[in-house]
Design a protein around this ligand. Structure first.
Ligand code: KIV
Ligand code: NA
Length: 250
């Protein structure tokens, strides 16, 4: 999986063999220049989802298209989540992603029962960066690791078909992935033990302002061009060469 925010990059990633594209609310940072994802609106998500979906249609793409429900578009009620998910599905998303455990389980069940595929997101959850006290690895102590495993169990039971695990120790992500065979785990800064991997496309192309996070690899460094870098990422993930737990994980 990679993020995509526009038609051209979506089509290129699809052609390179990326299985899933995520219209991430990371577009708040990558496209809009904000410091976090908190300010991203549902309308912005709809606009970028529409663009990415059109790019995939242009090339008859086969990548599975996931869109983030942004901050404030699903926290109020299950009904609000359904209305927001409808906007993204009508723009071309095939699945929506929302962050967190606990109260979200009820929302995930409400959406999946109504035919909306859901990707969950645990560990470091960027929309709640201010509540978490900054960009930190999650699930390091026994209590928070147990909570994470319980959230994953409940989300799987509620019908989540995918689970992004962000910035959690590799051993925890590996154990959790083995426990949850019906809900495929997608790691970012979670080591090599997850079913799949995701990165922000700009990060893996070496395009970022400031220092990239430790879990990122610049696939442009060894590639001839963007298409080569995208193919190298797909091959490295599928062959289990990325991430390298000694370099990119905790
Ligand atoms: O918004 C995003 O880019 C994400 C992924 C990095 C998982 O949520
Ligand atoms: Na996101």
């Amino acid at each position: 999986m990679l993020t995509a925010y526009d038609a051209t990059f979506a089509a290129l990633a699809d052609a390179a063999g990326v299985d899933c594209l995520l219209v991430g609310d990371s577009l708040g940072m990558v496209c809009q220049g904000h410091g976090s994802t908190v300010g991203v609106s549902l309308e912005a998500m709809r606009y970028h989802t529409d663009s990415v979906a059109r790019g995939l249609r242009r090339v008859q793409g086969s990548a599975w298209l996931i869109a983030d429900l942004p901050f404030g578009s699903y926290q109020e009620s299950r009904e609000q989540a359904l209305r927001s998910a409808t906007v993204l599905m009508q723009a071309g998303a095939q699945m929506v992603k929302l962050e967190g455990g606990g109260w979200t389980v009820d929302t995930v069940r409400f959406l999946t029962e109504r035919g909306i595929p859901v990707c969950a997101h645990l560990g470091f959850t960027p929309q709640t960066v201010h509540a978490l006290g900054g960009y930190r690895v999650q699930g390091r102590d026994d209590g928070s690791a147990a909570r994470l495993r319980e959230d994953a169990r409940a989300l799987e039971e509620a019908g989540a078909a995918l689970l992004v695990l962000e910035m959690v120790p590799a051993a925890l992500a590996r154990a959790l992935s083995a426990e949850r065979p019906r809900c495929a785990t997608i790691g970012i800064g979670a080591g090599s033990g997850t079913a799949g991997q995701v990165l922000v496309m700009h990060d893996m192309l070496g395009i970022h302002l400031g220092r990239p996070p430790k879990f990122v690899q610049d696939f442009m460094a060894q590639a001839q061009g963007i298409e080569g870098a995208l193919r190298a990422y797909v091959q490295a993930v599928k062959a289990g060469r990325f991430p390298d737990d000694t370099l990119h994980a905790w």
